[in-house]
Design a protein around this ligand. Structure first.
Ligand SMILES: Nc1ncnc2c1ncn2[C@@H]1O[C@H](COP(=O)(O)OP(=O)(O)O)[C@@H](O)[C@H]1O
Ligand SMILES: [Mg+2]
Length: 237
């Protein structure tokens, strides 16, 4: 799906992403785990071309429009949704921007997207504050899916939600991935979330990937001391 080669991003003298090379296969769910400040979101923004790398490259195996095909679901649906824009309009906006459908067909497509994330079409006329946190994140997912992407980056999509709701959203994301044949880069600071969602995982620390392996191997035979530390902190909960 895409290949990252020697990717580096510095902010002043601080190196947020430090010479990363990896690839993401079509259809896989690749995990990216690491503590806060390790460079995960910076990597996501580089892949989405929201920021320019200092050096290195990202090669997409696609002939389509990357800005349409790669979408992101943010950690905090509260701050990623405009409080004054109704849900239906928020979900329909990418369809308008990318001119994907005639205006008169957008309402029906929004209803379909709401169904995909298991909300009802009555949610269309509500404002973000009239939804629960979990419902707002479903809207964030529907909005990301509106442009028919092939690749989703999920940047800590359940970190801001109550534990009881996290599993519902993770199950929904699994279901949607299968249904729409998507590829995921799944970012988390918690290995148990990655264990549930991902086939393969990269462990990131101080802008570098310190370990990369199949999820099962990471749990059963972690090689890097930092990975071991992450696993231990997961088990203690
Ligand atoms: N726009 C920016 N300007 C300056 N420093 C930044 C900027 N964005 C991120 N950083 C820094 O880069 C490092 C990695 O941040 P980030 O990618 O957000 O980490 P994570 O998502 O893993 O918590 C942090 O030290 C952060 O302060
Ligand atoms: Mg982040």
């Amino acid at each position: 799906m895409l290949e990252v080669r020697n990717l580096t991003k510095s902010f002043g003298t601080a190196v947020a992403v430090d010479n990363l090379s990896f690839s993401i296969r079509q259809g896989e769910s690749l995990g990216l785990v690491g503590e806060s400040g390790s460079g995960k979101t910076t990597l996501a923004r580089l892949i989405l071309k929201l920021i320019e790398p200092t050096s290195g490259s990202i090669v997409y195996n696609s002939v389509g429009d990357i800005r349409r095909e790669c979408q992101i679901v943010f950690q905090d649906p509260q701050s990623s949704l405009n409080p004054r824009i109704k849900i239906g309009e928020a979900i329909g906006e990418p369809i308008l921007i990318h001119k994907l459908l005639p205006k008169e067909n957008i309402t029906a497509r929004v209803a379909e997207l709401l169904g995909l994330v298991k909300l009802s079409k009555e949610h269309s006329s509500r404002f973000p504050h009239e939804l629960s946190g979990g419902e707002r994140q479903r809207v964030g997912i529907a909005r990301a899916l509106a442009s028919n992407p092939k690749f989703l980056i999920l940047d800590e999509p359940v970190s801001s939600l109550d534990v009881s709701i996290q599993v519902d959203i993770l199950k929904l994301l699994k279901e949607i991935k299968l249904q729409l044949n998507l590829t995921y880069l799944f970012i988390a600071h918690d290995l148990s979330v990655i264990g549930f969602m991902c086939d393969r995982v990269m462990v990131m620390k101080d802008g570098k990937i310190v370990e990369e392996n199949n999820t099962a191997e990471i749990f059963s035979a972690p090689r890097d001391p930092y990975t071991r530390q992450l696993i231990d902190s997961t088990l203690k909960i």
